[in-house]
Ligand binder design. Structure first.
Ligand code: PLP
Length: 468
């Protein structure tokens, strides 16, 4: 793209695109500079309109799992677009790709899964899950059993229902969220929330006790579901403490509460297992998948419905008639063809196995390089998702003044060195979630650049007198 073309695109964009998660005034005024125009991608790298190449250390938004530029997927998309670009899946219509993808997902998913319902985003799939919880309990003659429990710092999307399920207030502010009927319980983050001397197992047991207390306080007959990510993602890339899932699940079973596993980030290999549920011994009733399902080559999400829930739905059909939920693009032929092509690669190349091996290398490299730095509180992660959390004083866990914007500055410094690593929205955290095809050599490059970025900001903070 030459300079004139670049300027035209930048001007069109500034004048007409409403960008998510962007300060609108700073963008409109030019304070944020021109939009970054991304033109091409190959492997773990993307290139912008000026020819500058970045390592995408966050796989877009933890979604470009098989890497950019896979011809095989592009060809599957093209083939399907030529053959049949669209037909709907209402009233028992299907395509061969839709049927085979669904058969495949039911067989590969953990727990006893029965059917798959499709949407186009993680948010709408979680919206579907909430409706399924309500529908299931209505059909069972339990119309009061509707509230859904979520966790502080959980992320489940941005629509009205999924945004309400998201457990971070800045996603709600000025948007009239959350809606009623959503309850919140504590985040399982040992570093910040365990009491002095509390072991991981004790902390997990306390979180389970608190969950039970919440259920009893609210009345178990009013609670239908519990939604959680196997590993907390946007809330700070935080794996659960030991014993957490073992302690939580019996409470849900005791009070007849459905477990929705939000695997939008974790499914299809991110943690080093095919599903996060497998990694942590979770037996879900409902599973939400998106991102890795198509590795973002097409927008596609799914609510995978367990046998227990589906049976009630099928039995209820005599009384209530058709299942009255669906989108124009549910099971879109091109998107499901993309998913089949992507899952072929995931299986053939053992993408979860690579995430497991290279992920272990990423985790140990990050620990080795960052653990003892004077601004690092915690290095954490699992598989190919990891975070470094920065604090003003690791000895006392004193937080940085948010006005210093430490996380954002380190992310910017990394970007200036051509590495994209995300400043996580909750706290001073640098997040990594590179494509699952990343090699050990590429991990070395990522960690090396991150180290340079942290050093740079550490020097600046020292000069500003902001260090201990
Ligand atoms: N659930 C989880 C765990 C996510 O991480 C996300 C997005 O990051 C969503 C749901 C929402 O997905 P989408 O942005 O496709 O609506």
């Amino acid at each position: 793209m030459n300079k004139t073309e670049h300027d035209t695109v930048a001007a069109q964009d500034r004048n007409s695109v409403l960008h998510p998660f962007t300060n609108l005034k700073d963008f409109a005024s030019g304070k944020l500079g021109d939009p970054t125009i991304i033109e091409t991608g190959k492997g773990i790298r993307i290139t912008d309109s000026t020819g500058r190449e970045y390592i995408d250390g966050f796989a877009g938004l933890y979604c470009m799992n098989i890497g950019y530029g896979r011809d095989e997927v592009a060809e599957a998309i093209s083939r399907q677009a030529h053959r049949l670009a669209y037909y709907h899946s209402y009233a028992a219509h299907t395509t061969d790709e839709l049927a085979s993808l669904s058969d495949r997902l039911v067989k590969m998913a953990p727990g006893k899964m029965s059917k798959v319902f499709y949407g186009t985003s993680g948010s709408d799939a979680n919206e579907t899950q909430a409706k399924l919880v309500w529908y299931y309990n209505n059909l069972r003659g339990l119309p009061k059993k509707k509230k859904i429990i979520t966790r502080d710092r959980g992320y489940h999307g941005c629509s009205v229902m999924s945004g309400s399920l998201t457990g971070m207030n800045f996603y709600h502010d000025h948007m009239d969220l959350p809606i009623s009927g959503i309850l919140r319980t504590g985040v399982p983050h040992q570093y910040w929330d365990a009491q002095p001397g509390e072991t991981e197992l004790q902390f997990s047991a306390r979180r389970a006790r608190e969950l039970e207390e919440l259920i009893l306080r609210e009345d178990p007959d009013t609670i239908g579901g519990f939604i959680a990510e196997p590993v907390l993602g946007t809330g700070g890339i935080t794996p659960p403490p030991a014993g957490y899932w073992e302690a939580i699940q019996p409470i849900l079973q005791k009070y007849d509460i459905l477990l929705i596993a939000d695997e939008v980030i974790t499914a299809f290999g991110r943690t080093g297992a095919m599903f996060g549920c497998e990694k942590y011994g979770i037996t879900p009733d409902l599973i939400t998948v998106a991102k890795g399902l198509t590795s973002a080559y097409m927008p596609l999400s799914a609510a995978i419905v367990g046998e227990k829930v589906y049976k009630v739905m099928e039995e209820g059909a005599d009384r209530v008639g058709a299942f009255s939920h669906g989108y124009t693009y549910s099971g879109h032929p091109i998107a499901v063809a993309a998913a089949n092509a992507v899952l072929d690669i995931v299986e053939r190349e053992d993408i979860p196995g690579n995430a497991n091996r290279v992920g272990a290398y990423l985790q140990s490299s990050l620990h080795e390089v960052f653990d003892n730095l004077p601004i690092v509180g915690e290095v954490r992660g699992v598989g190919l998702m990891a975070a470094i959390e920065f604090v003003a004083d690791p000895a006392t866990k004193k937080r940085f003044d948010p006005a210093l914007k430490v996380g954002a500055r380190i992310s910017k410094a990394a970007r200036d060195l051509n590495l994209i690593a995300r400043a996580m929205p909750h706290g001073e955290i640098l997040g990594f979630a590179p494509p699952l095809t990343t090699t050990e050599k590429e991990v070395d490059q990522i960690v090396d650049i991150a180290r340079q970025a942290v050093n740079k900001v550490m020097d600046e903070l020292a000069k500003e007198g902001a260090l201990r």
